[in-house]
Ligand binder design. Structure first.
Ligand SMILES: C[S@@+](CC[C@H](N)C(=O)[O-])C[C@H]1O[C@@H](n2cnc3c(N)ncnc32)[C@H](O)[C@@H]1O
Length: 197
């Protein structure tokens, strides 16, 4: 797990593109939300599929009226954000939702099927970013679990996703967005607007 506060160029992107909205998938104990508050984002949206972490963050950020939390899958959450709330620009995404069973502290029920859309929703999240937004930036954490990351960690042996970083890049790249792998923290995929996009 990479700390959001350690991503070196995040603040530069926020300032250069005037991003005022932070959108996170997977709030866990709330450290990403706290970093977003510290970075000065005006609006903060996050979600978690595990009610336990939704409740923890609800209590932790109860005094922050600009923090909006949803208890549900990241795909439901993004759909609500993009189509109901019409939040489609000015966002910095922190796509960090994965391994719901692990984060709930229980064993995987089917370790051979870890890339299903609920357990590793990043492919669908990037697809939605491409379809519904423009001028946004995304950082996607934990690329170490991808087949070709070169950051293989035996502890995560059972979590390795049988797909490549290039496949992720192919999902999001278009005339609006470009993507780049950054070998920092646990491996980050960064998505930024094309220069003339
Ligand atoms: C690595 S932790 C997130 C850490 C947090 N973003 C931070 O920066 O401190 C992953 C979180 O994603 C949640 N999660 C896993 N799969 C999810 C899904 N499909 N939709 C929403 N949340 C999910 C887990 O319950 C867990 O709390």
């Amino acid at each position: 797990m990479t700390s959001l506060s350690c991503i070196p160029d995040l603040l530069n992107w926020k300032i250069d593109l005037g991003l005022d909205t932070f959108v996170e998938t997977g709030c866990f104990k709330g450290d990403g939300i706290q970093s977003a508050i510290d970075f000065g984002f005006k609006r903060i949206f996050s979600c978690d599929i595990n009610t336990q972490w939704f409740d923890v963050c609800g209590i932790r950020f109860s005094d922050h009226k600009n923090v909006h939390l949803v208890n549900g899958s990241s795909i439901e959450f993004l759909h609500w954000l993009f189509t109901d709330q019409m939040v489609n620009s000015g966002c910095l995404f922190w796509f960090d939702a994965h391994f719901k069973q692990f984060c709930a502290g229980v064993e995987h029920d089917n370790p051979d099927k870890l890339d299903d859309s609920d357990t590793f929703p990043l492919f669908n999240e990037l697809q939605m970013m491409k379809e519904y937004t423009e001028g946004c930036v995304a950082f996607c954490d934990d690329m170490r679990v991808m087949k070709d990351s070169g950051r293989w960690n035996e502890v995560l042996n059972h979590m390795k996703i049988d797909r490549t970083i290039q496949e992720l890049i192919n999902v999001v790249e278009c005339d609006k967005y470009q993507a780049q792998y950054i070998d920092s923290g646990e491996g980050i995929l960064r998505v930024t607007p094309c220069v003339n996009g």
